[in-house]
Write a protein that binds this ligand. Structure first.
Ligand code: NVA
Length: 246
């Protein structure tokens, strides 16, 4: 628990990493400052899994792309859109889409752009894999003809003292009117917890084309496979052979 371990406070991160590496086969760490999980990883002898930092949310992205690939047989002409903050979840969604050659269009309010370094990495990957990365401040432009719209809380964990931040997101709610601009077979995604009435309405969240709970379930499957890949390579190899994954 965060108040018990006091990472980097009563003991240096490197010392904690050293101790935990002797106890454990892997460390899953949810933090705020990304530098904390990076420092832990640099000083650990066992795999460190970032379970969320203010910059990245890779475990979420693994489940998200698993969900997208389950719902759409062909990702060739797929358009994924994001409407909201330029945050950790967007960072890894755009990186994951670009890794798999899937187009990503994101709309953020002015002043809430994603990290420039992450955007550049995404563009490099997209170029290599033949997909698009398109930024706008207009939610309608981002979702036009899109197959998926993804949203997240306007105010992330650790930002609770950023009073008034949510006021900058007028027009960024995913609602019936906004999804009306999408492909008829639109899907709605959210990393949860959702703030119904803020970034998404009940109508969208509870719609039969909302796939948020499939996505939530896939967090379990994706994270199980991540653990077996990192910690139990023999089990991973056996499963990969069974599933015919290269
Ligand atoms: N952007 C959100 C994601 C929660 C899963 C946060 O960092 O709080």
């Amino acid at each position: 628990m965060k108040n018990d371990i006091q990472l980097g406070k009563s003991e240096s991160v490197a010392d904690t990493a050293n101790v935990l590496s002797r106890f454990l086969d892997g460390i899953t760490y949810r933090c705020f400052a990304h530098a904390d999980v990076s420092e832990l990883a640099e000083n650990s002898d066992v795999p460190v899994i970032n379970a969320l930092s203010d910059k990245h949310h890779p475990c979420q992205a693994a489940a998200d792309l698993m969900t997208i690939m389950e719902k759409f047989d062909d990702t060739e002409d797929l358009k994924i859109s994001w409407v909201g903050d330029g945050n950790n979840v967007l960072h890894d969604l755009m990186l994951a889409c670009a890794m798999l050659g899937i187009d990503i269009h994101y709309a953020v309010p002015k002043g809430y752009e994603p990290d420039e370094g992450v955007v550049q990495r995404t563009k490099d990957l997209a170029k290599k894999n033949g997909s698009k990365v398109v930024a706008t401040n207009d939610p309608i432009e981002a979702v036009k003809g899109a197959h998926v719209v993804y949203s997240d809380a306007f105010v992330s964990m650790g930002e609770e003292n950023m009073e008034g931040k949510a006021n900058d997101f007028d027009g960024f709610q995913v609602n019936e009117e906004l999804v009306g601009h999408m492909d008829d077979d639109w899907k709605f995604m959210h990393c949860l917890p959702a703030h119904r009435g803020d970034e998404v309405t009940d109508w969208v969240m509870d719609h039969e084309q909302s796939i948020v709970f499939d996505q939530a379930e896939n967090r379990m499957w994706a994270q199980m496979s991540l653990l077996s890949f990192l910690i139990n390579p023999a089990a991973w190899d056996a499963m990969a052979e069974f599933m015919q994954i290269e």
